[in-house]
Design a protein around this ligand. Structure first.
Ligand SMILES: Cc1cc2nc3c(=O)[nH]c(=O)nc-3n(C[C@H](O)[C@H](O)[C@H](O)COP(=O)(O)OP(=O)(O)OC[C@H]3O[C@@H](n4cnc5c(N)ncnc54)[C@H](O)[C@@H]3O)c2cc1C
Length: 495
């Protein structure tokens, strides 16, 4: 029988997870990527002797990576070296309180009782209820929600009691903890979805549980290694990755996707098309208006999006003794979050994430040097801020915070290489709609059935993967989106 063919638009983790599964099941897979390397936001760049992840630095739910590799008959550990981080991160509050959450129960209990007397019981309650919530919710996230029938699945009914969608995440944590700093320690993870803990549905309390339950991992060489390894598996299975080849349009004939037209006007035909490019960018640029009724430019701009990030990557000729992951919270965290997500302005007192990857991984730069990655959550481009006029001043502010509160004394004297990415550049250089780095928001109105479906609603033989479809943004969920879309194609052909 002739192999069925699949064109994947984009070699981000979502596209590569679907590609490697389908290639391993005998499909002829061709991945077209506009950049010169794979990975998208999960790619890397080199500044002189220093190598940086572009985006993701926290790997959670490593077992999902393992499962995706197992589907292709492989062990992820044969390809990548994983290290679990202990402590998971340093949380630094403006009252000089420093908290180092860890999965080591004894160390965690001692710290909590010292920093937040009487809080351990709340932690135990949190872990025990969230474990049940996780067990009920995960099967729901691994299924498609393309039709009402798929949506009304028994798993969702079983999970209904645990959805907690009507409460905000921050309010919900009040059930376990009294102190605000402690509530922040278990809700700042809403930022992984680019949302405010005061607006994010309490359903997402499972994110901090995932950290405390399963740990946070690093991959040697950076998390970008996940994408390059998945691309390697695609090629081992006979698939092809075409770099520097952007897709211009999806060809739709009689309501069915039949292939794509590349930027060089070459026509590629295939039985299926999978879109991994940023969802709203793809709708505005590679799907013709005549082929879609629902996702018009007006509809797309009326949808809700995550925040953006202002990034600074520094090659440093010294090593600092700080943990791998560090989060320095603003003095008034709620005000800072409101500025990012509601009033959409540049914070006078921002929160800052610092990654000091050489703490775990010496392969990223020469000995005695380090790669410092700084991420500052910022408003997306619905703000209309012109970052060219703000970035220089903002850089100084961030370096002050990093020096005075981050523990990186005199860092300005040790900068050898530097690169900045602003919210505007996420949009112009990385094809991220409105610079919303974590894609569509995860409010109740944009989740499950209400999120763009894995089997694209507008025409046949087209599927979506990546942060803009179900289950949502973040590496493990994005890998799941690839698994769901691949399963739907397999189901279509084999049942
Ligand atoms: C700064 C930052 C930090 C993050 N941190 C984390 C983290 O710590 N942990 C975590 O789990 N998640 C994190 N994320 C979120 C998320 O996991 C990543 O953004 C992830 O890479 C998104 O994957 P994706 O497959 O949806 O899309 P992308 O990675 O954006 O991949 C889409 C691909 O499509 C390509 N493309 C676009 N248009 C075309 C076209 N016309 N033709 C061909 N190719 C095209 C792009 O070049 C890109 O390679 C982070 C994101 C960012 C931006």
């Amino acid at each position: 029988m002739k192999k069925k063919s699949v064109t994947v638009i984009g070699a981000g983790p979502g596209g590569l997870s679907a590609a490697m599964i389908l290639a391993s099941k005998g499909y002829k897979v061709d991945v077209y990527e506009k950049e010169k390397i794979v990975g998208g936001r999960n790619g890397y760049f080199q500044l002189g002797n220093y190598r940086f992840d572009i985006g993701p630095t926290f790997l959670m739910m490593k077992h999902i990576v393992d499962e995706i590799f197992e589907i292709t008959g492989r062990k992820s550990s044969d390809y990548m070296k994983f290290t679990e981080l202990d402590p998971m991160y340093r949380l630094s509050f403006s009252n000089d309180r420093e908290f180092f959450p860890t999965r080591n129960k004894t160390k965690m209990k001692n710290q909590m009782e010292k920093l937040f007397p009487g809080s351990w019981q709340g932690y135990e309650k949190y872990m025990s209820r969230e474990e049940k919530k996780y067990e009920k919710l995960i099967p729901c996230l691994q299924k498609p929600y393309g039709t009402i029938r798929e949506t009304l699945n028994p798993n969702l009914f079983k999970a209904a009691f645990y959805l907690d969608g009507h409460k905000s995440l921050f309010r919900y944590l009040g059930k376990y903890f009294k102190e605000d700093d402690l509530k922040i320690s278990f809700t700042f993870q809403a930022k992984y979805l680019g949302m405010s803990p005061w607006e994010c549905p309490a359903t997402f309390s499972i994110i901090s549980y995932l950290e405390h339950g399963f740990g946070i991992w690093h991959i040697e060489g950076g998390l970008n290694q996940l994408s390059s390894t998945m691309a390697k598996v695609v090629e081992e299975e006979g698939g092809e990755i075409h770099l520097n080849q952007a897709v211009k349009k999806i060809i739709v004939e009689n309501g069915k996707a039949t292939g794509v037209i590349l930027e060089n006007d070459e026509k590629v035909t295939s039985d299926y098309v999978i879109i991994n490019a940023d969802f709203a960018h793809a709708m505005n640029n590679i799907v013709d208006n005549k082929d879609k009724n629902k996702y018009t430019p007006e509809k797309l701009s009326s949808m809700k999006y995550s925040c953006s990030t202002w990034m600074m990557y520094l090659g440093i000729d010294k090593v600092y003794d700080i943990p791998h992951h560090n989060i320095i919270f603003s003095g008034d965290y709620k005000k800072n979050v409101d500025e990012i997500t509601r009033t959409m302005e540049i914070s006078e007192d921002p929160s800052v994430y610092i990654q000091n990857a050489v703490k775990t991984d010496p392969t990223l730069c020469p000995e005695g040097h380090s790669t410092i990655y700084i991420l500052v959550p910022a408003p997306n481009n619905f703000s209309r801020l012109d970052w060219d006029t703000h970035s220089a001043k903002f850089r100084e502010k961030i370096l002050d915070i990093v020096e005075n509160r981050g523990g990186l004394r005199d860092i300005r004297d040790h900068i050898v290489e530097e690169k900045i990415i602003t919210p505007n550049q996420w949009e112009s250089d990385h094809n991220v709609y409105r610079g919303a780095t974590f894609n569509l928001a995860h409010n109740i109105g944009q989740m499950l059935y209400f999120r763009p479906h894995n089997k694209f609603e507008e025409f046949e033989n087209c599927y979506l993967t990546g942060g803009g479809t179900h289950p949502g943004s973040g590496i493990p969920t994005i890998l799941e989106s690839g698994r769901i879309s691949a399963s739907q194609i397999l189901k279509n052909d084999y049942t």
